[in-house]
Design a protein around this ligand. Sequence first.
Ligand code: NAD
Length: 468
Amino acid sequence: MSDFTLTIAGEAAPTHATLDVINPATGKAFAACPDATRDQLETTIEAAWDAYQTWRLDLPARRAALTACAGALQAAAPEIGKVLTQEQGKPLDAAVNEVMGAAAWFQISAGLPLETEILQDDDAFRIELHRKPLGIVGAITPWNFPIVLASWKIAPALLAGNSLVLKPSPYTPLSSLKMGEVLRDTLPPGVFSVLSGGDELGKWICEHEAVRKISFTGSVATGKKIQETSAPTLKRVTLELGGNDPAIVLGDVDPKAVAEKVFKAAFANSGQVCVAVKRLYVDESIYGKVLSEVAELARTARVGDGFEAGVEYGPINNGPQFERVRELVDDAVDAGGKIEAGGGPLDRDGFFFAPTVVSGVAEGVRLVDEEQFGPALPVMPFRDVEDALERANATHFGLGGSIWTSDVERGTELARRLECGTGWVNQHLNLVPNAPFGGSKWSGIGYENGPWGLAAFTEYQVVNIAKG
Ligand code: NAD
């Protein structure tokens, strides 16, 4: 049995089978999560369908319910945050902030515009444009920011009048189950369900005929599978996938100040951020200075158990990811790369990897070409910014990218030439609720957040009335 429960039809549902959940700071199982069965998915979907029939009818009630969810999440942030640190590894303050961020997203989503528009109203015709929900939404989430990324799906999907079934990653299911427990009393039964289980459960959701939309955040490889599994039932899909974000630092900046900002953008959440800086290109005139600053920051970063006071960076979340980062760093060294800081696991239990900075590598080396999704950053010089742009864009990925310069106008022009969903100038990582977030190329299909994200959970219906 697990201490955490599935939320099905607004109630705790028992399970017999469980999956171990590992604390990445120890490498050992500390809890178990329910492993939902296919029958339980059926029951969940029946309840979600029933709930949808009335939930879809009353927009003001939905706005009020989302505001209530925001309050409930705020109140539960310390409790959910603690579970999040245990299963994900991030420092406790970051975990609590993540839950508070989700609460803010519910609050902001509650006020998004969704009213009917009148496109034409004259002697001949009245044409109304209605926004309709899709039905049941399946939300499938990754392990790096399980709560806030789920909120980007739950809040707009529910506002639009859909019901939603959330399936968190098997590496971080507990905080989402907790969120289900917290919101159970706030939302009508069946409107929001949480099922934990393995990857197979995600596949069942994608295959299910009654599910009309999949909103997925995760890797490119899984995104491709999801699109395939969702095709026979012609589901709408939103895919928020991986990235390999370049940051291009021009020669006109203060190397120390920029190194500090870029370091944080690369190593936040121990590099496990879809829009972390994953490749750093630096003008050769300041390359040495930026490289040594970034390496020094890596050497002095406080890495440890997320529950220890003052820890800035936690472990890598799971064993396979830990092995992958190690493999990419070893491969970079084999390819002639030089370790400027870190270079391997820390000598302690758990999935701790020293913040690592690598020089002497370029395109063609896996650490540069692939998404490392961990605390290892390649730093590369460039002579001509046109060349840097070409290298930055020569990838299937297209999530984010940034330009660092004291000439903001030039930076803006260069950022516009990055082939990605978000181009930043003198910052990176900053995602806001009032702009669409999504990837170009293989980094995704569709957008989340703001009216653009809400639109992805609705369809239009035109009602065209002849007069006279
Ligand atoms: P993942 O693709 O391995 O898993 C994500 C989710 O998909 C999990 O819940 C998993 O159980 C489920 N899943 C796996 N196989 C499935 C299948 N065949 N059908 C249905 N569901 C399936 O990703 P991850 O390792 O959890 O997360 C890391 C990846 O997520 C990185 O590539 C990262 O860049 C990306 N990411 C993207 C964004 C974004 O907004 N673009 C945000 C965070 C993370």
